[in-house]
Design a protein around this ligand. Structure first.
Ligand SMILES: [Zn+2]
Ligand SMILES: [Zn+2]
Length: 278
C-alpha cells in the first residue's frame, strides 16, 4: 500500500474503484489518462468501471462493445504495467433485471469487479427531477428503496454503487443537498443486511460533492447501519468521467468511513475482496 507522510501521520492512498473512460457513452477520457491520474495521486491500483447498460431506457443502451472494451483496457494495462495495477470492471445498471445478458458478458472475460447500480426505477430516472412525477417525497424514496432491495438481493454484483443516488433526484426536484435516512431506517437496513449477508461491498461515492449536492454518500449513519448489519466491505469511488476527478474528495470519504467504525476499505481482484487498512 503506498502511503505518504503528513505531520507524522501515515495517510493511506485509497484506490478509486469507480471510474469511467471513453468506453462509456458519457465519457471522453482515454483509459491511459485515467490511469495516469491515479498514478499522479499515488494510487497503487485503480479500477476502470465503464457503463454496461442493458436497459433500453438508458442513454448508454447499445453503446458498450465488450470485445473492444476488453482489448482496449488490456492494452492500457500493459502500458501502465509496473506503475499502477489496472483492474477491469463494469458498472451495470439494474443488473437484477438483465441477469442473462450480464452473465453472458461476464462469462467471456475475467473481470475484476462489477458495480451494481440503480439508474432507473421502472420508467423513472433516479438522477433527474422527473423521478418524483406523481409521487410525494416519501413515496418516491420508498419506491427507490424497493428497487434497491431487489438489486441487492437478486443482482450479480460485487459493489452496490452509489446506494443513495436518489439524492440526485431529491436535489433537482426539491433543491436539497441532504437526505435524512432516519424515517427510512427499516427499508434501508433491509438492503444493507442483504449486501452484508452476501459478502458484497457498499460504495462511498464522492461525486455529489463535485455536483454541488453535498457530502459523499451514503451518510455516516447509513455506513454505521451497514456495519451493524454485519457489513465488512466498503469501497471508495469518485465516479470520475474525467481524469482530473479521479480520487476527488477521498479524504472526506475516508473520514466518513472511519467515523462509521471501519478500519479498512476493500479493493477487488478477479471479483474477490481484499482489505486495505486505513
Ligand atoms: Zn452510476
Ligand atoms: Zn459511474
Amino acid at each position: 500500500m503506498a502511503s505518504g507522510l503528513t505531520c507524522g501521520t501515515i495517510v493511506p492512498v485509497i484506490p478509486d474503484f469507480h471510474t469511467h473512460t471513453h468506453f462509456s457513452f458519457d465519457s471522453q477520457a482515454l483509459p491511459e489518462e485515467v490511469c495516469r491520474a491515479a498514478v499522479a495521486r499515488g494510487m497503487p491500483e485503480v479500477a476502470l468501471t465503464d457503463h454496461m447498460d442493458l436497459n433500453p431506457l438508458d442513454g448508454g443502451y447499445g453503446y458498450f462493445r465488450p470485445e473492444a472494451h476488453w482489448q482496449g483496457l488490456q492494452d492500457c494495462r500493459a502500458q501502465l504495467d509496473g506503475r499502477v495495477r489496472v483492474h477491469i470492471g463494469l458498472e451495470c445498471g439494474e443488473p437484477h433485471l438483465f441477469r442473462e445478458g450480464l452473465s453472458g458478458i461476464l462469462a467471456a472475460h475475467e473481470y475484476d469487479v462489477v458495480l451494481g447500480s440503480i439508474h432507473w426505477v421502472g420508467h423513472r430516472p433516479v438522477e433527474t427531477a422527473e423521478f418524483f412525477d406523481g409521487l410525494d417525497f416519501q413515496e418516491g424514496i420508498e419506491l427507490y428503496l424497493e428497487e434497491l432491495a431487489c438489486l441487492a438481493e437478486e443482482g450479480d454484483y460485487d459493489i452496490l454503487a452509489h446506494p443513495d443516488i436518489i439524492r440526485r433526484a431529491v436535489f433537482h426536484r426539491f433543491g436539497r443537498t441532504d437526505l435524512d435516512w432516519t424515517p427510512y431506517e427499516a427499508p434501508m437496513r433491509r438492503v444493507l443486511r442483504v449486501v452484508a449477508g452476501r459478502g458484497k461491498a457498499l460504495e462511498v461515492n464522492t461525486s455529489y460533492r463535485r455536483r454541488g449536492m453535498g457530502p459523499p454518500g451514503p451518510s455516516i449513519q447509513v455506513l454505521r447501519w451497514f456495519r451493524e448489519e454485519g457489513g465488512r466491505w466498503v469501497t471508495l469511488g469518485s465516479d470520475a468521467h474525467r481524469p482530473e476527478d479521479v480520487g476527488a474528495d477521498f479524504g472526506e470519504a475516508l473520514d466518513m468511513v472511519r467515523a462509521a467504525g471501519f478500519e479498512g476499505v476493500a479493493v477487488f481482484r478477479q471479483r474477490r475482496p481484499y482489505r486495505v487498512p486505513i
